[in-house]
Design a protein around this ligand. Structure first.
Ligand code: HEM
Length: 324
């Protein structure tokens, strides 16, 4: 099955964002209650990213991990309590970063408009602004998400896609969130930003006798990775996921994947599986950057609508890490 690349005009993206109305979200939701909300987030994000450009990836990833567990309800931001191990303490979330930045932006919003802007909306806007500041696309964000009251490490471990996933498994997980196979191959393009720890990919480099395990990985690249990542459980080392431009949102991720240099099995699978290969190869040509930016915007709008709480459901947390 081929996945087609559509070139969507901004007006279509606006319509798509507005159709978040299905999820009862609205463009300009805070226009009366906190008119500067988006500007405050943008201003703080400019300060954060100018000091620490490598935080763009982690902030985008936080939003993804939020939306895939209980929907985009800021449940990933809650701390564990005496009786409850929260999402952020689940194994796949141990490498999440950027929590301090979210609290900083939220504190600015609380100072301007107390109790109005949800942590879930803050995180969605921060993820969008992170992409824009990394030279990626802008998309309109419909707002009005409310914050959940529950957060479970077990749910996070069960519902987040694993790095070893193949396309059928990943498609199934994405489908359970209302996202399709095109969203899978497009959103995986987020791996143009950021870094990963060895244990996320070292099973492709080492087996019990030390030989190269994963034949879908380019052997020259594997040798480079092995020189950094000395053993299967080397937790200290990190590798750029899009070597050479890991702080810039661009299409070079697809060129790495097309050359069998995707870092995770889940990235490599996009090339080996016929259903996603054509998209990877087409974007890898470098002739469809605009189309990819539109596709990414469209899929991010869809992801930002997953399982949202609206109306009188949930809360507006005062601090994102703790319930009111
Ligand atoms: C398709 C399924 C996906 C899998 C299996 C996956 C898996 C992973 C893993 C294992 C890491 C590295 C963690 C570490 O070792 O530190 C990572 C990093 C990252 N992921 Fe994904 N991911 C997927 C989809 C996504 C999506 C949909 C997004 C965003 C829209 C995303 C954004 C990121 C970013 C930006 C990083 C780098 C974070 C940093 O620099 O700290 N990923 N992902």
């Amino acid at each position: 099955m081929a996945i087609r690349t559509f070139l969507l005009p901004l007006s279509t993206l606006l319509l798509l964002a507005a159709s978040s109305a299905v999820a009862q979200l609205e463009i300009g939701y805070y226009s009366k209650s906190c008119p500067n909300a988006e500007a405050i987030v943008r201003e703080e994000m400019m300060k954060i990213i100018s000091v620490a450009p490598s935080l763009a990836g982690p902030l985008l990833r936080l939003h993804f991990h939020d939306c895939f567990v209980r929907g985009c309800d800021a449940s990933v931001l809650l701390d564990s309590t005496k009786g409850n191990t929260a999402e952020r303490d689940a194994k796949p979330n141990k490498s999440l970063r950027g929590f301090g930045s979210v609290e900083r932006v939220k504190a600015k919003l609380e100072a301007a408009c107390p109790g109005v802007v949800s942590c879930a909306d803050v995180l969605t806007l921060m993820a969008r602004d992170a992409v824009v500041l990394a030279k990626g696309p802008f998309w309109p964000v419909a707002l009005g998400r409310r914050d959940g009251r529950e957060s479970s490490a077990t749910e996070a471990s069960n519902e987040l896609p694993p790095a070893f996933g193949d396309v059928p498994l990943l498609t199934k997980i994405f489908a359970s969130k209302g996202l399709d196979i095109k969203d899978l191959v497009v959103l995986s393009g987020a791996h143009t930003l950021g870094t990963a720890h060895c244990p996320s990919f070292a099973d492709r480099l080492y087996n019990s006798t030390g030989g190269l395990v994963d034949p879908s990985l380019d052997s020259e690249y594997a040798a480079k990775l092995k020189s950094k990542c000395k053993s299967i459980d080397d937790g200290s080392m990190m590798s750029e996921m899009d070597p050479g431009s890991y702080k810039t949102f661009d299409t070079s991720y697809y060129r790495h994947v097309a050359k069998r240099r995707g870092l995770f099995r889940s990235d490599a699978a996009l090339l080996t599986d016929a259903a996603t290969r054509e998209y990877v190869q087409r974007v890898a040509t470098g002739r469809f950057d605009d189309a990819f930016f539109r596709d990414f915007s469209e899929s991010m709008i869809k992801m930002g609508n997953v399982g949202v709480l609206t109306g009188t459901d949930g809360d507006i947390r005062k601090k994102c890490y703790v319930l009111n």
